[in-house]
Design a protein around this ligand. Structure first.
Ligand code: NAP
Length: 344
């Protein structure tokens, strides 16, 4: 009689035999993407600016990395390095970008770099490119109806981004528009993922910009919270979204990647409930105006591809736990013990 082991079919790994490139592989989102691709059996060529830098060691430690991950040096402003990295790849995931509002640092690599990525992908015969864009290319528009959920048809207004000095949104919007233009001209299959602010556990050893969004409320550096609202999504859902749109034969266009929106006051109140031992602000900086209401959105396109979003509360919990585990945030004694200490 055959054993159960012999009769259980081994699930086919969808990435087996396929090679893909991930740009900016050592970053927060890209690290989870590389991990997920390796789990699915892909061979991954990851671009980093310095393959020998120990900050990329977490990638080499991933399951499957020893056999199926190669780290290559590439810079977004060096087209030849991109051509070399993409050679022999079926797909490219373009995640590399500065994440800053400093126009000097942001504009060139985001805009020109994304064009170079698209042209290098076309030149090397890549079949599909997945570009990590941003919700910043979607909602920054004073003329949109605030009661209507933003969806894949919405675009940020470039003049508004410039006038409000939102250089990150400006550069990502021009970069995404440029990517679509090259895709059309060169007949390249492009899919875009537009994540909102991404949180969750870190694989890398440094705090990235979106994680700092939560970190600053735990360290005491923010004494008040701003009167603003923001949508959030878990980093593993963002990685999964990239893989799903890559693998779905009929995927096309833009995919908004978001779980839910919180006012900063709600975010701080959740953090206080979960981690009362930290000096989390309880007051809004703006005591005059009513709380700002965040944009509504639809994430139905990704749900239709099977992405099952982690709730924001879980996402916040995992973010803080990860910061503690990585030694980026001190683990404080419980609040009661702190109160006792102050009394004695
Ligand atoms: N995190 C979010 O909340 C969020 C939300 C929406 C969209 N996104 C988008 O998601 C992508 C990844 O963001 P992230 O949060 O994971 O950022 P991250 O951790 O800061 O990673 C960004 C990566 O880009 C690389 N990079 C920057 N400039 C480069 C250049 N000139 N040439 C080559 N590589 C360069 C960096 O490489 P080095 O290690 O060499 O510096 C880094 O690995 C970005 O495109 C960002 O716009 C992020």
């Amino acid at each position: 009689m055959p054993t159960a082991e012999a009769t259980t079919p081994v699930p086919a790994l969808s990435g087996q035999g396929r090679t893909v490139c991930v740009t900016g592989a050592g970053g927060f989102i890209a690290s989870w993407l590389v991990k997920r691709l390796l789990e699915k059996g892909y061979t991954v060529r990851g671009t980093v600016r310095s393959p020998v830098d120990p900050k990329n060691d977490h990638l080499r430690a991933l399951d499957g990395a020893a056999d199926r991950l190669v780290l290559l040096r590439a810079d977004l402003l060096d087209p030849e390095s991109l051509v070399e990295a993409f050679s022999g790849c079926d797909g490219v995931f373009h995640a590399a970008s500065p994440v800053t509002d400093d126009p000097e640092m942001m504009i060139e690599p985001a805009i020109r770099g994304t064009r170079y990525v698209m042209m290098a992908a076309a030149d090397t015969g890549v079949k599909r490119v997945v570009f990590t864009s941003s919700i910043g290319t979607v909602y920054m528009n004073p003329y949109r109806d605030p009661n209507k959920p933003v969806d894949d048809t919405c675009w940020s207004d470039l003049e508004y981004c410039k006038n409000t000095q939102n250089w990150y949104c400006y550069a990502k919007t021009v970069a995404e528009q440029g990517a679509w233009e090259v895709a059309r001209k060169r007949g390249l299959d492009l899919i875009v993922v537009n994540p909102v602010l991404v949180l969750g556990p870190l694989l890398q050893q440094t705090v990235n910009a979106s994680t700092d969004h939560v970190m600053k409320y735990l360290t005491g550096s923010a004494k008040t919270y701003v009167n603003a609202a923001q949508a959030y999504v878990h980093v593993q859902d963002v990685a999964e979204a990239h893989v799903r749109v890559y693998e779905a034969r009929d995927a096309h266009g833009r995919y908004i990647c978001a779980e839910s929106t919180l006012h900063r006051g709600e975010l701080c109140r959740i953090l206080v409930k979960l981690f009362p031992e930290y000096p989390i602000p309880t007051k809004c900086k703006d005591e005059v105006n009513p709380p700002v209401i965040g944009y509504k959105f639809t994430n139905q396109r990704l749900k239709d591809l099977g992405v099952d979003f982690v709730p924001v509360l879980q996402c916040l919990y995992e973010t803080v736990k990860s910061l503690q585990e990585k030694g980026m945030l001190p683990v404080l004694p419980p609040k009661d013990d702190q109160d006792q200490l102050h009394k004695s």
